[in-house]
Ligand binder design. Structure first.
Ligand SMILES: N[C@@H](CCC(=O)N[C@@H](CS)C(=O)NCC(=O)O)C(=O)O
Length: 197
């Protein structure tokens, strides 16, 4: 198997942490690639050009972080990393975490555009979405634990974008979440996949 990634992609980070937590790294070749690049090697495999991409041993090319994590989890089903269908709370959290990272990623991308191309409407929308979700996470943070479930990994990967999103300034307003995040981030799989600041 081959996992295509970029070192700073929060989505690829989720797949990389998942592979580490499931103990699958000796079965997966990690292939660093470029994105948004017409010469990227990834385009020979996946027309979406997005990371993470997983090339499976049986010849399939998987896109989308959750699909990749579900695939990886079934290779080591003894660890339950993806929310089980019977666990309503974790499914809910996984979905909200997915909406959180999607919104933050849009916000970061918008800020990377030149200021004349940026949309203040998009930035305002994503800022309020992120704050709403952070309010919710703070309220339920006593239900978070340090188990590396997909929901937790997704939230941590999204919050890991803080270095590229100084406007977010979330730590003081969300102290319980910050405490959970700082402890969760100390785990070796999170440390090994830390984005460049
Ligand atoms: N919905 C996708 C999002 C993945 C994604 O957007 N990845 C970014 C890197 S963070 C990417 O590959 N961007 C390349 C591009 O936009 O062409 C997933 O869940 O995997």
């Amino acid at each position: 198997m081959k996992l295509f990634y970029t070192p700073n992609s929060p989505y690829a980070r989720i797949a990389r942490v998942t592979a580490l937590e499931l103990g699958l790294c000796d079965r997966i070749a990690m292939q660093k690639v470029t994105v948004r690049d017409p010469d990227s090697e990834l385009l020979n495999y996946n027309p979406t050009g997005k990371v993470p991409t997983l090339a499976t041993d049986d010849g399939f090319i998987l896109s989308e972080t959750r699909i990749i994590c579900v695939y990886l989890n079934q290779l080591n089903p003894e660890i339950k990393l993806v929310a089980d269908i019977s666990d309503g709370f974790l499914q809910q959290l996984e979905g909200t975490a997915g909406g959180f990272i999607d919104g933050i990623a849009v916000w970061v991308r918008e800020l990377r555009r030149s200021s004349s191309e940026q949309s203040s409407g998009v930035i305002k929308l994503e800022r309020s979405r992120a704050l709403r979700i952070l309010d919710y996470f703070e309220k339920i943070s006593d239900k978070f634990d340090q188990t590396p479930m997909l929901a937790h990994i997704t939230i941590a990967s999204a919050l890991g974008l803080e270095s590229r999103l100084p406007e977010l300034q979330w730590r003081l307003s969300y102290p319980k979440l910050a405490q959970w995040y700082d402890e969760f981030s100390r785990q070796p799989s999170l440390q090994a996949t830390k984005p460049d600041s």
